[in-house]
Structures are given as structure tokens and as C-alpha cells.
Design a binder for this molecule. Structure first.
Ligand code: ACM
Length: 517
């Protein structure tokens, strides 16, 4: 009897295997049901099917050779998914079997817009800029990864059709506080990698605060020799040399992410005041601080040395920061009298301008005489929304009760704080930056940024736990038009991304709001 069954199983298994070898694999997802995050603008499926093993080349059309690094990275990604090595070729031939990356000057003027066409024997990706090609490549990579995880095979296929895509907001940012706890270059790079997978295009680094000064300033070396040597809780702290910082900038820029440096002034400056006695009004250095209170420190607004200091810091950092913005903080300067604050900011804003940067600051800057191009970062809690007096300035939305990644998910979350309320995944996703604050003119709003303050975070896994999955929601709010977004659909797509986090060993928060796959 056993023999009979084993024979039947053997024969039918053989038939199945033989049949599988003949039938080309079918797409795991139909094109318009692929659980992509952020959701693309327009997806139009066709009847064609592309077998990935038909692809042999990555073909580049690009006079400036900007696409070569993008192509090389994509080829190694392709190999990890399919085990096949693609070759790079240049320019036109009649040979298909290729993925074409093409910069077309006449394509949509939005530098991040792109179009992907999937046909039965090739993929064409076109954009006006290398940045647009990069965003499109990230969409292709996500399709491959999701297909591979779901299909559990190297022999993949994709349904044909077209994806046309462009972002809703120009600024889709994350912020990492490396001052309250210091995070290594390796940690920051890992965060950048993950952010770039979801088309986030700015990373703001909070480089100084009461608890630590985290970037080498060559003309003021004690900032890091003294001010960089501790952190919240009394740990060792640390700092980036200028070479480290440039390495981060290069790594980010290779992934089309712009680094925004922040030096928080004139409050949040205890680490600087502990490093240099002359920066204090009474000429005495402060003690280093390792607690989590805010609002107790200020630079000495009436001393000329303060402005030598501020200028040296802004000059040295601006000289090695290719991005357009210099963030001068300005929040919670509770012990700086208002007149002093405004005088300080007038001079500091002029210094930022002198070094050809666009000033950026927390919205408390509104009381100073700010230039029109200043980018104000709006971090108010819901009950404080009336605090901003609308001006002409551009506004970046980081409303703390919606955007702060350090707010706990709920009362049981072991990390984070809750002064702006709990922030479950649905609340973090289900709002619109253009209509959140009724007093603000939607034309002023250039995007959103999700800050991650690090009072309670000590290692990369803590960053991952607070940021993932909520940061995917912010990535989608920033990219996908509000008319196309809804929580049910997002949460369904998000349920597939837990497998990606697992595969990348990202220790995310597996919220019960999501029915994870
Ligand atoms: C802030 O949360 N103090 C910007």
C-alpha cells in the first residue's frame, strides 16, 4: 500500500515538475495590484508578460554618464533577485532584451518624474534627469523584491504595462537627531539606504544640541573635544570629522538625497557653552549636560565673539555642504529675551546668506525679520496650530502630533516620548500637509519632514523600531497625490513590506493595525 502511494506521488510529482519546466512563470502581481509604496501616479497594465530571464542588458542613453553608477547598482540588485548578470551597453540598437535607462530633455520638467514601460522583451525607463531615472529604478527594484518574496523563486516575470509617476511634494524629508545620542556614519548610511528605497529626498541632521556637538569645526576644536564627548544618559557620545560628514553627503547624494545640516541656535547650545568659556555672558564654561530638559541654554547675544563663532561654524559647514539649505534651529530659546532673539537671528540670517545658503529654521523664527526665501519648519502640536502667523515664507510641515517619529505608537511602546500624543500608524498616514493647518496657504507648503529625536534611542535598532513602518506613510504622503491615497489601500500594501524589512533585518514595529503577511 505504502509503495503504491509513493509511486503515485512520485509520478504525479514528476508530471508537475515537468509541466512547471514548460510553463513560463506567471507574474506574481498584476501590474496595478503590485503593493508599491509610495503608490505611483498612474499604472496601466497590458496583456503582455515579461520573463525576467529574457533580459540581458542595461542600455544607457545619457550624454553626461550620470546613469552609469545607477545602472551598476541596479545590475547588482538584479543579480541578487534573479542570479543573472546583466551587461551595460550604450545607445541605440535594434536588439531588445534590455532595460533601457534614458534621459530625455523633453520629458516632464519635474526632475523626479519618470515613466516605465514593460513590454514582453524589454523595459524602458525614461525621465528628464538622472534623479528621475533613480526614482524609477527604485520602483523597479521594489517590484522585483516584492515579487521574489511572494513567489519565493528566482524565475520571475512581470506583467506588462506602463507606470507614469511624479511626486506631489518637492521636499520629502526625514530628520535624525544625532545630538541627544550619537549615531555612527554606518548607522546614518543604513538609514539613508532605507529612506532612498521609498523615494525620500532630504535628510536633515540635527548636529548640535545641549547634550552634544557632533561635527568637527576646525577653527573651534574644543566643540568636539569637549562638547562631543557625552550624550543623554552620560554615554561616550562622539562626533563626525569633516571627512565623515562629507562621506555621509556623498553616500546620500549617490542616492539622490540632500543632507540638510542643522546647528541649533541660540538655544540648545549647552554643549558649545561647555566647550568655550568665552561664549558665556559671565565668561564661565557650563558643565556638560546629559539630561533631557529643553529651553535652558542660550548664546550670549551681546558678545561679539558669539558672531565670530556663528560665522566660523556656518562657513565651515557651508563649504562642505553642497545642498541649498542651512538650518539654524531657533526653537525653544526660552531664556533668550525676544528682542535679543530677533537681533541674534537678524545677524545670523545675514551670515547664512553670505555663505550662499537658503536659511531654514524652526517656525519660532517668524518673530525675526526673515528673508522671504527662508524655509520655516512647522512643528507645532495640534492645539498650537494657531501659533504661526502666515507670511510669505515657504513652510515645511513637521507638526509634532502627526510627524514626530519619536512619539510612541501607543501607551505600551517601550521607546520614545508622548508629549505630543501617541502616534499610531494610521494617524501618521491619514492626513494631508496642504490642509492640516487651516491658516496656512497650501501654496506655501513645499512638503513634509518626519523628525526622529533621539532622547530615548541608543542604537540603529531603536531608530528602525520608531521609523518603520511609519516613515513609509510619510514617504507616500509626500509622493502620492492626496486624491489617490486612502488608509485601507495603504495598510494593505504596507502588509507586504514587513517581509522586506525582515529580509533587510530591519527591526520594525509590527503594529497590530496592519495584517502583516
Ligand atoms: C522641536 O521639537 N523643539 C523642534
Amino acid at each position: 500500500m505504502f509503495k503504491f502511494f509513493s509511486k503515485v506521488f512520485f509520478v504525479s510529482g514528476f508530471i508537475l515538475i515537468t509541466m512547471n519546466a514548460c510553463i513560463p512563470p506567471q507574474p506574481i502581481f498584476s501590474l496595478d495590484k503590485t503593493p508599491l509604496i509610495p503608490l505611483p501616479t498612474l499604472v496601466t497594465p497590458s496583456d503582455e508578460v515579461l520573463q525576467l530571464n529574457a533580459i540581458k542588458f542595461v542600455r544607457i542613453y545619457d550624454a553626461d554618464k550620470q546613469l552609469i553608477p545607477i545602472a551598476k547598482n541596479f545590475i547588482s540588485y538584479w543579480k541578487t533577485i534573479t542570479q543573472h548578470e546583466l551587461l551595460i551597453t550604450h545607445g541605440q540598437t535594434n536588439d531588445d532584451h534590455s532595460i533601457t535607462l534614458k534621459i530625455d530633455e523633453d520629458f516632464n520638467p519635474n526632475p523626479e518624474a519618470y515613466k516605465i514601460e514593460i513590454l514582453k522583451d524589454k523595459i524602458d525607463l525614461v525621465a528628464k534627469t538622472a534623479q528621475g531615472i533613480f526614482r524609477g529604478v527604485k520602483t523597479l527594484e521594489q517590484m522585483l523584491f516584492l515579487g521574489k518574496l511572494e513567489g519565493k523563486t528566482n524565475f520571475l516575470s512581470l506583467q506588462g504595462g506602463e507606470i507614469y509617476d511624479e511626486p506631489s511634494f518637492a521636499y520629502r524629508g526625514a530628520m535624525l537627531d544625532v545630538a541627544r545620542h550619537f549615531f555612527s556614519v554606518k548607522d546614518v548610511k543604513r538609514y539613508i539606504d532605507l529612506l532612498s528605497n521609498y523615494k525620500i529626498n532630504f535628510l536633515h541632521l540635527h548636529l548640535s544640541d545641549d547634550q552634544g556637538w557632533r561635527i568637527e569645526i576646525r577653527s573651534w576644536p574644543k566643540l568636539t573635544e569637549i562638547g562631543g564627548q557625552t550624550e543623554v544618559g552620560g554615554g561616550d557620545g562622539g562626533f563626525y570629522t569633516q571627512e565623515d560628514y562629507m562621506e555621509i553627503i556623498k553616500y546620500a547624494s549617490d542616492r539622490y538625497i540632500t543632507i540638510v545640516p542643522e546647528i541649533d541656535l541660540p538655544g540648545h547650545t549647552n554643549a558649545a557653552l561647555a566647550s568655550y568659556a568665552e561664549l558665556n555672558c559671565n565668561g564661565k564654561a557650563k558643565d556638560l549636560y546629559t539630561g533631557i530638559e529643553v529651553g535652558f541654554s542660550t548664546l550670549c547675544v551681546d558678545k561679539e565673539v558669539t558672531y565670530f563663532f556663528v560665522e566660523d561654524v556656518i562657513r565651515e559647514i557651508s563649504e562642505i555642504s553642497p545642498g541649498p539649505y542651512f538650518h539654524i534651529g531657533g526653537d525653544e530659546s526660552h531664556v533668550t529675551p525676544q528682542d535679543d532673539f530677533n537681533r541674534f537671528m537678524d545677524r545670523t540670517l545675514a551670515i547664512v546668506k553670505k555663505y550662499n545658503k537658503t536659511p531654514m529654521g524652526w517656525y519660532e523664527l517668524i518673530t525675526a525679520d526673515i528673508p522671504e526665501e527662508t524655509l520655516l519648519q512647522y512643528w507645532a502640536k495640534t492645539e498650537d496650530f494657531s501659533k504661526v502667523i502666515p507670511k510669505k515664507s515657504k513652510i515645511l510641515i513637521s507638526a509634532s502630533s502627526y510627524c514626530y517619529l519619536d512619539m510612541k505608537y501607543d501607551s505600551l511602546t517601550p521607546l520614545g516620548l508622548n508629549w505630543a500624543g501617541y502616534l499610531p500608524v494610521k494617524k501618521a498616514y491619514d492626513w494631508d500637509p496642504r490642509s492640516l493647518v487651516s491658516d496656512l496657504d497650501s501654496e506655501q507648503i513645499i512638503g513634509l519632514e518626519a523628525p526622529l529625536w533621539s532622547e530615548t534611542l541608543e542604537e540603529f535598532d531603536d531608530i528602525a523600531f520608531m521609523a518603520f513602518p511609519r516613515i513609509l506613510g510619510y514617504a507616500e504622503i509626500g509622493w502620492t497625490d492626496v486624491s489617490k491615497r486612502n488608509w485601507r489601500d495603504f495598510s494593505h500594501r504596507l502588509s507586504s513590506h514587513g517581509q522586506i524589512f525582515d529580509a533587510l533585518e530591519v527591526k520594525y514595529y509590527s503594529s497590530k493595525e496592519i495584517d502583516w503577511k
